[in-house]
Design a binder for this molecule. Sequence first.
Ligand code: ADP
Ligand code: DP6
Ligand code: CO
Length: 346
Amino acid sequence: MVTAQTPTNIAVIKYWGKRDETLILPVNDSISLTLDPSHLCTTTTVAVSSAFHQDRMWLNAKEISLSGGRFQSCLREIRARACDVEDENKGIKITKEDWAKLHLHIASYNNFPTAAGLASSAAGFACLAYALGKLMNVKEDESQLSAIARQGSGSACRSLFGGFVKWIMGKEDNGSDSLAVQLADEKHWDDLVIVIAVKETSSTSGMCESVETSLLLQHRAKEIVPKRILQMEEAIKNRDFASFSQLTCADSNQFHAVCLDTSPPIFYMNDTSHRIISIAEKWNRSEEAPQVAYTFDAGPNAVLIARNRKAATSLIQRLLYYFPPNSDDLSSYIIGDKSIAKDAGI
Ligand code: ADP
Ligand code: DP6
Ligand code: CO
């Protein structure tokens, strides 16, 4: 049995659109920050026993089906890389050949809302790939494991690393070079403070409709994101908050513009999201330099990145004044840090 814990990540240059739905290959590179696991993480225990008669999984204490292609791809890819496991003290010996026949039980828990636009699929599939890899003594490194997690959910490949992470879209049709690499570890640029304004809703993805119908998406993937990726890498390297903030906000707004350009149009942000954008934009323009970056995924939750602790204090004061928690506008706040992707290793 192995237990692992993996945080979620939030993209500052977004992934939106697949060129291959089965392998989950994106139409552009993306860049993200891996978050502090204390508030947003998945804990997954994987167990193997000759007494198990089929693969089974429980998510947040409810049994779910493993028959979907995404789970099957991850299980198949990890099993194909399984190695011998031997522990004389515990009297355990499992050979490579045994793994193909043995069944697994998987129990996973998210300490934040599932399928609500807070990237549960990212933490979930990264944790699954990592835990299974450990259990089966898989020798692949994090980048190679990320290409397996990717086949569960695209954003998951970025959660195998901490700090700042890039998902390279790759060129190969078989997806072998579509994987995540770390740009900088969690100690780099540790002034940043992340504040998430949570509005609990359920999310639905309209990614494939965007690929089929949005001309803006094609222009974005070909012309805009490649330049932004280079600029964002530079901004992260130089701890240049003004550029980081400008790029992050512009990319989030363009992602939502693509959603609006989709037929039928997709609306992820709500009135509160729009008001948070206005407050952040006004505040940034009233100061000599930007104090905060905002980004929104497939839901109304605002992810705000403050340039330092002083800016974070001021930001939280503003948010609490305009949007008290447990109101119609907003459920709660999560305040955190960048983090390492680490396992609980039991
Ligand atoms: P989100 O915005 O939360 O990422 P998605 O629709 O992208 O929403 O993903 C939700 C799906 O991700 C769930 O229906 C489930 O299939 C999968 N998922 C979520 N959490 C886990 C987990 N801990 N382990 C495995 N899969 C998970
Ligand atoms: C808006 O990774 O959830 O959060 O690959 O279909 O599982 P699938 O999609 P998912 O999409 C994430 C989209 C996003 C932007 C991002 O995280 O880059
Ligand atoms: Co997701």
